[in-house]
Design a protein around this ligand. Sequence first.
Ligand code: IGP
Length: 256
Amino acid sequence: MLADLTAGAAQDALARQEAVSLADVEAQALAAPPALDALSALSRGDRVKVIAEVKRASPSRGHLAEIADPAGLAADYERGGASAISVLTEGRRFKGSLDDLRSVRDRVVLPVLRKDFVSMPYQVFEARAARADLVLLIVAALDQKTLSELFVLSTELGMTTLVETHSADELSRALDLGARLVGVNARDLSTFELDKTLFAQLAPSIPADVVKVAESAVSQPSDVAAYREAGADVVLIGEALVTNDPVSTLESFLAV
Ligand SMILES: O=P(O)(O)OC[C@@H](O)[C@@H](O)c1c[nH]c2ccccc12
């Protein structure tokens, strides 16, 4: 499944490249206003921080929410106390787009993450051209050479990279890169199985100066409390926020 998602996203990027060449998207990326300092925004504080996600659907959970106005939802997230906004830009299964990201970027002042299945430099340039401040790289989807190249490129473009892991081996690959923002996804993107204990298993192996993000499976405040207890600086939440009132749900999560 992860391989399919990654291949599909690459195919879609190649189709966009027919319209806007690599050189042009690179020029757009270099001309964009500088990325916001997302690492500072997400660094450990007195309270847990939330990356709130604009997510219409997923292959594991199907349709979640229509979200006709992604910018309005992001503004609600900002009002509710989120520290950054994640925008799923994958079109096939998550029903997102770079237009969603651009409209969110125009509305909020928070750092914005491009959440997609990135495997080519073109997609990294696109993220920055759309004024994303962060880009997701999924260790399981990439060989170490490609992962490292994409990490270096996004860093050179001034973005913060959220490096997503799902095992001890993937975590050590993320740390080898020098990643400063590391995510542990409770969901296995190949089987869609959920392991809510994985963050707590891996967190002790993540150095103190690396910002730790617990991803997926937060449905109630006690889930946030458990991730915080296990050492999370940040939790990334999608489904619970798009299927409930975003502001009050976010506030209840931030109150733990
Ligand atoms: O909707 P949830 O269970 O709150 O999960 C959000 C986020 O962690 C999930 O969307 C996610 C984590 N890593 C990903 C990689 C690609 C696509 C999606 C994801």
